[in-house]
Design a binder for this molecule. Structure first.
Ligand code: PLP
Length: 395
């Protein structure tokens, strides 16, 4: 309650920046883990770029081409600074992608095989988003075709909290552990996966790749504090245009990350939108965004726990923001005990409540049954949560 009162003015002002929300007040967009809505500053930046400087980057010597090349290089530095990199470009680097899937796949295809030797082991998550599992398994297969055998081990989970089992992890680490992939915030259970604890378990030399699709733009992400080697995220989930994303690479453990092949024309207006989105997020304050979305998630979990018909997946409590155990970010996933989740999704949609109801692209060890996911951002309001709860209670 305190958070809502304290941040009420901030929230009202901020919500007014989203034309899609102010033009459709009867609709409650509760699917920001899939993609986020765009503030006017991002939309205006795209319009401005396309009407004043649209050209290709890294080719041409005329004004618009130079402006576009400068935009792309400036946004690389902007992404690194947004992630807390104290010295962008020295030796770290930023590579633009269409999203997290392409970013992880590029690391698995262009960097990982050269880093691994016969008999090496990698530790990867089997119940996170499949974008953070399939590329590693494909790399294993590709290497097997070349006679290089890699052992893939499952990053262990604690079944009660759905956090990683950080106590079990050290026992999996051997002298051949050469790479770890993890997820910052779980896209189904909403838990902060305490990835800052992985470095101590794996030692100083093992590269760690972080899927930050559900954290960048939602909470402060600091590559220094996390001591990871890759941060991969989707710009479109952080309020930039669809088809945007980036890989930040530290480039100090193993070879430097140099995506292979000719990648062609970059998504220049997407990159312009990404720069504007990061500026907007910094001005809004990712620490305040986190407080707000955590409080909204708490309101929803508290409301659902009072309803016997619903079961919340993952951590059963809305943990306080300062919890050292596990923090639930702005994602709450649940099932009705009798109504199939897909049907529930249609019912909610008929009330203007836009949620996701399916299996959420979870990896091999994920839930076998679909569920309803409510995922929140700074623009969502307590009134929207109350509307959702009223409909859920009426069923
Ligand atoms: N990783 C996580 C944790 C996600 O939540 C998602 C998307 O939902 C992805 C990866 C894939 O992101 P994209 O579809 O932008 O490539």
């Amino acid at each position: 309650m305190e958070t809502f009162e304290e941040l009420d003015d901030w929230h009202r002002e901020l919500r007014s920046h989203f034309p899609i929300l102010t033009d459709g007040p009867d609709q409650a967009y509760l699917d920001s883990a899939a993609t986020a809505q765009k503030p006017r500053a991002v939309l205006d930046t795209v319009q401005h770029y396309l009407t004043t400087a649209n050209a290709n980057a890294g080719r041409g010597t005329y004004t618009w081409a130079n402006a576009t090349t400068a935009l792309v290089e400036r946004t690389r530095t902007r992404v690194a600074a947004f992630l807390g990199d104290p010295a962008p470009g020295r030796p770290s680097g930023v590579h633009f992608t269409s999203g997290t899937t392409e970013g992880l796949r590029t690391i698995a295809r262009d960097w990982l095989p050269g880093h691994l030797r016969d008999g090496d082991e990698i530790i990867v998550p089997f119940a996170d988003h499949q974008a953070n599992l399939l590329p590693w398994l494909e790399a294993q297969q590709q290497l097997a075709g070349q006679g290089v055998r890699i052992r893939v081990r499952e990053l262990p989970y604690d079944p009660a909290s759905h956090d990683y089992d950080h106590r079990a992890l050290p026992a999996l680490v051997t002298g051949r552990t050469a790479f770890v992939a993890a997820t910052h915030v779980h896209h189904v259970y909403g838990g902060d996966m305490n990835v800052h604890r992985i470095r101590a378990a794996v030692g100083p030399d093992v590269p760690i790749c972080l899927d930050a699709a559900q954290s960048v733009g939602h909470l402060p992400v600091d590559v220094g504090g996390l001591d990871v080697d890759f941060v991969v995220f989707s710009g479109h989930k952080a309020m930039a245009l669809p088809g945007t994303g980036a890989v930040w690479a530290r480039n100090t453990r193993g070879a430097a990350f140099r995506p292979g092949g000719w990648s062609g024309t970059p998504n220049t207006c997407g990159i312009a939108s990404l720069e504007a989105a990061l500026d907007w997020l910094d001005a809004a304050g990712t620490d305040r965004i986190r407080r707000w979305t955590t409080a909204l998630a708490g309101r929803l979990t508290d409301g659902l726990r009072g309803c016997a018909a619903y079961r919340i997946l993952g951590c059963q409590q809305s943990l306080a923001a300062d919890s050292t155990v596990q923090r639930r970010e702005g994602i709450v996933t649940f099932r009705h005990r009798a109504i199939p989740s897909n049907d529930l999704g249609f019912v909610l949609a008929s009330h203007g409540l836009m949620v996701r109801a399916d299996g959420h692209c979870q990896g091999r060890a994920g839930e076998s049954e679909s569920s309803v996911r409510v995922s929140l951002h700074a623009y969502n309001s307590p009134a929207e949560i109350d509307r959702l709860l009223a409909v859920l209670r009426s069923l």
